[in-house]
Design a binder for this molecule. Structure first.
Ligand code: FEO
Length: 166
């Protein structure tokens, strides 16, 4: 096998993390839609699709190594959504956790002199920088624009515009 058991285990776990992120964003999109945040709903639906692509990238990487990637069961996303700000804060925290888990796989691959996996994961490092920046900038909007109904309406419109960059 071209990668170690430990690196394979971490990549398999990363597939599950990406799948759970896709489900969380889809659940948020669903909540946003029925709560009146149509722009945010589009944004999170697009972001969910992006997480599925991340999952698919890892599956294809393993397939390229002739490894049958395991498709994991996913967790039910949290159902107790309280506010647009809360779901965005959870998204930012999730992205920070994803960054840590990507870094852990890279550390492991580098310890094992697995340059192939390190290079493959460079794309994810850049992606995580973008994702954290994106959600940090969204969180800033609540401080700058506000949290009253008009401000939330404005943030919803901004999220709609951001859907193509997510
Ligand atoms: Fe695939 Fe948003 O991390």
């Amino acid at each position: 096998m071209k990668i170690s058991d430990q690196t394979l285990k971490l990549l398999q776990e990363q597939i599950a993390i990406e799948a759970n992120a896709a489900n969380y964003y889809l659940s948020v999109a669903s909540w946003c839609k029925v709560t009146g945040y149509s722009g945010a709903s589009c944004f999170f639906r697009a972001h969910s699709a992006e997480e599925r692509e991340h999952m698919s990238k890892i599956i294809q990487y393993l397939n390229g190594l002739k490894i049958h990637a395991q498709i994991p069961a996913t967790e039910q996303p949290p159902q107790n959504m309280e506010s647009l700000e809360q779901v965005c804060k959870i998204a930012l925290d999730n992205e920070k956790n994803v960054t840590q888990s990507i870094n852990k796989i890279i550390d492991t691959a580098q310890d094992e002199k697995d340059h192939r996996t390190s290079v493959f994961l460079e794309w994810f490092v850049n992606e995580q920088i973008n994702e954290e920046d994106l959600f940090e900038s969204i969180m800033q909007k609540f401080d700058i624009i506000g949290r009253d109904k008009l401000a939330l309406h404005e943030i919803d419109k901004i999220l709609d515009k951001l859907k193509d960059t997510s």
